[in-house]
Write a protein that binds this ligand. Structure first.
Ligand code: NI
Length: 199
């Protein structure tokens, strides 16, 4: 083996070692990032509440929030979920003052702040319940942040909007704590909220 050849072999060997080391070094980081990404539900948003006030993610601070995406023309899932959350809040007793319901419309074409206000009043929900709406861009952004799916279905004025029915329970720092799955009874919801509050 001549000198040139042995140098080449050495360089190849060191390069291979380097590649193995780099792969080992990078791969756990990648997994961590992916895991963090899936648990990252929520984030900044710009919307308008039912009184026409511009709001952002700051409305979540200081309270446990049940964040729920839907639309006011929804025939069953949305009213049912809002009523269940309202009944769950009634069961929280004194802790209910640290809890709020945040409804976010995914129907920017029909759900103006005034429409959301009328809807929430008709649902007879507890005071402090927030109903947020926004432009399509704003709604797209908040839906993306919460990993929420929504899609307009049907033609004409009577279209419907298919949407994720999971409720996101957010902690008083605005971070995701746990999902409240569709179909839970108010008792089961209250139990989950109490567990979350207890830490
Ligand atoms: Ni709905």
């Amino acid at each position: 083996m001549n000198r040139r050849r042995s140098i080449l072999l050495l360089v190849t060997f060191v390069a291979a070692l380097g590649a193995v080391w780099l792969g080992w070094k990078i791969s756990p980081l990648r997994h961590q990032e992916a895991a963090q990404e899936t648990s990252l539900i929520g984030g900044p948003f710009q919307l308008v509440d039912q009184n026409g006030r511009a709001v952002d993610q700051g409305v979540l601070k200081g309270k446990w929030s049940a964040v729920f995406f839907g639309f006011t023309y929804c025939p069953d899932v949305c009213p049912g979920t809002l009523q269940a959350l309202n009944a769950a809040a009634d069961q929280l007793g004194g802790e209910a003052r640290d809890f709020q319901i945040v409804f976010i419309s995914v129907d920017p074409d029909r759900d103006t702040p005034a429409q959301v206000k009328t809807y929430l009043e008709g649902q007879n929900l507890r005071p402090g319940t927030l109903g947020l709406s926004g432009t399509r861009e704003q709604v797209d952004a908040v839906a993306k942040a919460y990993r929420v799916y929504y899609e307009k279905a049907g033609e004409g004025e009577d279209y419907t909007v298919n949407h994720t029915s999971t409720v996101y329970l957010m902690n008083p720092r605005g971070g995701f704590d746990r999902p409240l799955s569709y179909g839970l009874t108010p008792e089961q919801m209250a139990e989950q909220i109490e567990k979350a509050m207890a830490g």
